[in-house]
Design a protein around this ligand. Structure first.
Ligand code: NAG
Ligand code: NAG
Ligand code: NAG
Ligand code: NAG
Length: 423
């Protein structure tokens, strides 16, 4: 080979290396890639650029989830929802359907482990299970205890379980395939988490990646005709125009209650702006810190995510893998082999999360990692729900926005092979 060609090949290799490690911004390249690869545009969630960046980087597969994954013949992929509350599963349902094998996803089955006695919640579950092939209801007295839903693993030792909290309100198309692929390629990993929006440790990562945008709550109720309750788009909101360190009566550390039920947060559009004037200032680097407890951080986390969803730049949340090295991680969306759960079930302690993230991995010397390639959003943690007697995250309009997003961008396109280009 002539020297000039060798140099060319060498530069190409270096280039691919830089992209795969995100030294070069894979996002801008992926945009160009998406532009000349219209066939990739097959995602109702408009995550094309993100998917394309996965194709080019070291991440998992894109929106045609599963097409390049070959599973062992006796292995199934099971969605395992710890089911309790219908108001959240009404949103989750669209995403689960889109991930069923019959719709072009990877789930052979979605099992709802029932952890509630509330009649309306059980009725709602029955209504979706009865009408959806692939949905299964799992109801046993034995699973009523905390963490008992993992009992399902005993019947799925050869399978991969994707454990999903019932208040997961957004799942990117490639999230399940990213986790499955990562597990298959790394038998030594104990478990693989999705890249979760509103997960304390990951909020720290996302803030470092520059994904937090300035927002403050709207303290005065707007006229009803100024509010479009079926829109999730940040661009349709008026600009925040109060004091630069936040509105009167609101403390960025979450110590003040929400102003009223259904209130919005408004984008601060003036620049430059210091993000440390907003709730995101308090995001710690360890769980148990404010990112877990502050309703204000949760609100800003979701509103920032809506902004990036609309801008089509959610690929900026992504990374290859992140290893917590035996730290406690919230397991809102976690892939794990049925066998690895069955081998230690029932767990010797009540707290399944502490056991599966702290103790068990250390015992057997196998790590739990986050796959940065597939995004999901988790609505809220207990302290965020319960802050100020419920006058916290629950008093924002965030859930309505996730519902509006799902209704517009996901629910009409349950089947991935359907033409679903949203303009
Ligand atoms: C959905 O798409 C798959 C191909 O990915 C096809 O086999 C299946 O019949 C479709 N299901 C429905 C309900 O249209
Ligand atoms: C409200 O938002 C929806 C969804 O974005 C949009 O279709 C509709 O036109 C909006 N209505 C008004 C009055 O702006
Ligand atoms: C939160 O901020 C307020 C001022 O806005 C302050 O009075 C209060 O002590 C702070 N609370 C905590 C727990 O830091
Ligand atoms: C989808 O993404 C494209 C490209 O990033 C962007 O221009 C468009 O506004 C997005 N559409 C929606 C509905 O978010």
């Amino acid at each position: 080979m002539p020297t000039s060609r060798l140099v060319f090949v060498y530069l190409g290799i270096v280039f691919l290396f830089l992209i795969s490690w995100q030294i070069i911004d894979a996002g801008s390249i992926s945009q160009a890639w998406a532009d000349f690869q219209p066939s990739l545009y097959n995602s109702a969630t408009n995550s094309t650029s993100a998917d394309a960046s996965c194709e080019r980087g070291n991440f998992a597969t894109g929106s045609n989830a599963g097409s390049d994954i070959s599973l062992p013949p006796d292995m199934k992929i099971i969605g395992l929802v710890f089911y309790g509350r219908r108001q959240y599963v009404q949103i989750l349902d669209c995403y689960l359907k889109r991930n069923l094998k019959s719709n072009g996803g990877l789930f052979d089955e979605v099992i709802f482990a029932v952890k509630t006695d509330i009649e309306e919640d059980v009725k709602f579950l029955d209504s979706i299970v009865d009408t959806t092939p692939g949905y299964v209801k799992y109801e046993r007295e034995s699973i009523k205890g905390y963490g008992g839903s993992w009992e399902v693993a005993l019947e799925h030792k050869n399978d991969i379980l994707i454990k999903i909290d019932d208040d997961v309100v957004f799942i990117e198309d490639n999230a399940v395939s990213a986790i499955v692929k990562r597990l298959l390629e790394n038998p030594d990993y104990f478990a693989v988490s999705a890249n979760v929006i509103n997960n304390p440790l990951l909020s720290y990562v996302h803030r470092g990646l520059g994904m937090y945008e300035p927002f403050f709550p709207e303290m005065e109720k707007p006229e009803p005709e100024q509010v479009n309750s079926s829109s999730w788009r940040v661009s349709e909101l008026p600009s925040y125009d109060g004091p630069r360190d936040g509105p009167k009566g609101f403390s960025i550390n979450g110590s003040t209650p929400a102003p009223y039920k259904g209130h919005r947060w408004l984008p601060v559009r003036e620049r430059p702006f210091d993000i440390f004037k907003t709730p995101a200032r308090d995001i710690g680097s360890e769980p148990g810190k404010p990112a877990l407890t502050s309703w204000a951080i949760a609100a800003q986390t979701h509103y920032s995510f809506f902004q990036h969803l609309e801008q089509g730049d959610t690929h900026q949340y992504k990374f290859n893998t992140w290893d917590y090295h035996y730290h406690r991680l919230s397991i809102n969306f976690l892939g794990i082999r049925g066998r690895d759960v069955a081998e230690c079930y029932p767990f010797p302690v009540g707290d399944d999360e502490a056991y599966l993230t702290l103790r068990r991995p250390r015992e057997i010397g196998r790590h739990l990692v986050v796959d940065g390639g597939g995004l999901v959003a988790h609505y809220a943690f207990g302290p965020q729900y319960h802050a100020h007697g419920g006058k916290g995250i629950l008093w924002t309009d965030i859930l309505d926005r996730y519902q509006a997003y799902a209704d517009e961008m996901v629910c009409p396109f349950a089947n991935r092979s359907a033409k679903s280009v949203v303009t």
